[in-house]
Design a protein around this ligand. Structure first.
Ligand code: NOJ
Length: 437
């Protein structure tokens, strides 16, 4: 069976991580532009990162040469709306040009509307802590959809709500670096109201018939005994009801997809409000999968011999089964087409040698995860695409530029691009539609 002929073989990025040009187009700062130096490794910032803002034509030409079928990127809200109720003509034009460039190259644009870079002005109006954000977000979504939906069909409302809410407002490790545990029900509610309103805004304003989803940071528990039915059943149940299965998965999936409330940290997110208020109809579910919960520090499997596990440079355990079971368990539960919107690995010692980057470990990673994905597809789970994270080396949030995730190496000084060996290998897989995996 294998991958469908129209499978979306892609790569992903986000605005704050690769775009740079933080003051171009009349753009105003996001919460990441003003992150205090001491919060980011080596005091770095995302102000110019990979400069896709000025290198986008070159990047699209590389994507075309490598045979990519899809590019997932995000829109910087503060480039499009540098202040409340004000649209920057140049800001929206940039995304329109990028979309045109992609379509000319035969590449499907997959647009993420929010990938963590809240405009500073919106934060100053209380950001995710205030329902006042909802109409501002809707206005932004309507602006983007009106400008691009004559050419864009795939819309991802949010990227990894569990991360930007919990890391940003509870753990204090991501912008805006707050540690307010008790704000969880409120920020969850504001996010879910924005999501619901965004889905409606897309459906009401889109010109091309839209396909709408959200990228969840999805993970599962693996069966303790492989190929054992009872063990797999236990892992499936735990993945939606225990420890990380509740906090990371059920907390977001159940209200949004099932209209049901969830209790975590001893609290409900709905504060007496019916969870059905947050329920939406998606056309697909997008998932970002790097690892499985078993390897994590909270709720991990104590029986795993960690000395035998392979880790990437930011500590994600490498195990292709993480993707196989993620797809299988999610499809079993929701029966919606799945887009793997992120999957990839960080490395910390990459360099260009004679015009090449020899990252055979990344090629191995891609082959391991894509073989697992193919196994899931062959068992009848509907998967519409795979986006490798990342197209380019990127600003990795609090980790700054310490590690590299890209299929394309970026020289941080000159912004020169070098296609890594792994991208040539990924390109071969795309050309034969994954037949040899
Ligand atoms: C998930 C996030 O969406 C992305 O922004 C980040 O760079 C990757 N994971 C890698 O950590």
């Amino acid at each position: 069976m294998g991958f469908a002929e129209d499978f979306l073989w892609g790569a992903a990025t986000s605005a704050a991580q690769v775009e740079g040009g933080f003051e171009m187009d009349g753009r105003s700062p996001s919460i990441w532009d003003v992150a205090p130096k001491e919060k980011i490794a080596n005091g770095e910032n995302c102000h110019d990162s990979a400069m896709q803002r000025t290198h986008y034509q070159e990047d699209v030409a590389i994507m075309k040469k490598m045979g990519l079928k899809a590019y997932r990127f995000s829109i910087s809200w503060s480039r499009v709306m540098p202040k409340p109720h004000f649209v920057s003509r140049k800001g929206i034009q940039y995304y329109s040009d990028l979309v045109d460039e992609l379509l000319k190259a035969g590449i499907e644009p997959l647009v993420t509307l929010y990938h963590w870079d809240l405009p500073l002005w919106a934060y100053e109006l209380d950001g995710w802590e205030s329902e006042a954000l909802v109409p501002h977000f809707v206005e932004y979504v309507e602006t983007v959809v009106t400008a691009l939906s004559d050419r864009v069909r795939y819309w991802i409302t949010f990227n990894e709500p569990s991360c930007f809410l919990m890391n940003g407002y509870m753990q204090g490790v991501h912008a805006p670096f707050k540690r307010k545990y008790l704000s969880l029900p409120r920020i969850t509610r504001v996010f879910m109201l924005c999501n619901k309103a965004a889905v409606e805004a897309i459906r009401n304003n889109a010109i091309l018939s839209p396909k709408v989803g959200l990228s969840f940071a999805f993970g599962v528990y693996l069966p303790e005994v492989k190929r054992d039915k009872a063990s797999e059943e236990a892992a499936y149940i735990k993945s939606f009801s225990k420890q990380m299965g509740v906090m990371n998965n059920a907390w977001f999936l159940k209200p949004i997809l099932e209209g049901k409330k969830v209790r975590a940290y001893g609290i409900y997110h709905t504060k007496g409000k019916p969870a059905v208020e947050y329920q939406v109809k998606f056309d697909f579910i997008a998932i970002n999968v790097y690892s499985a919960f078993d390897y994590g520090s909270y709720g991990g499997n104590p029986h795993i011999d960690r000395s035998k596990v392979k880790y990437d440079a930011i500590g994600n355990a490498i195990d292709g089964d993480s993707l196989y079971y993620a797809v299988k368990f999610l499809y079993r539960r929701y029966h919606l087409p799945i887009l793997v919107s992120e999957n990839g690995m960080a490395a910390d010692k990459e360099k260009v040698e004679d015009g090449h980057v020899h990252d055979s470990y990344r090629t191995d990673y891609i082959k391991e995860y894509l073989s697992s994905l193919k196994k899931a597809v062959n068992e009848g789970n509907e998967v519409i695409g795979y986006c490798h994270w990342s197209l380019l080396d990127n600003f990795e949030w609090a980790e700054g530029y310490r590690t590299r995730f890209g299929l394309i190496y970026v020289d941080w000084q000159s912004k020169e691009r070098t296609i890594k060996d792994s991208f040539y290998e990924y390109s071969k897989i795309i050309a034969e539609n994954g037949r040899s995996l």
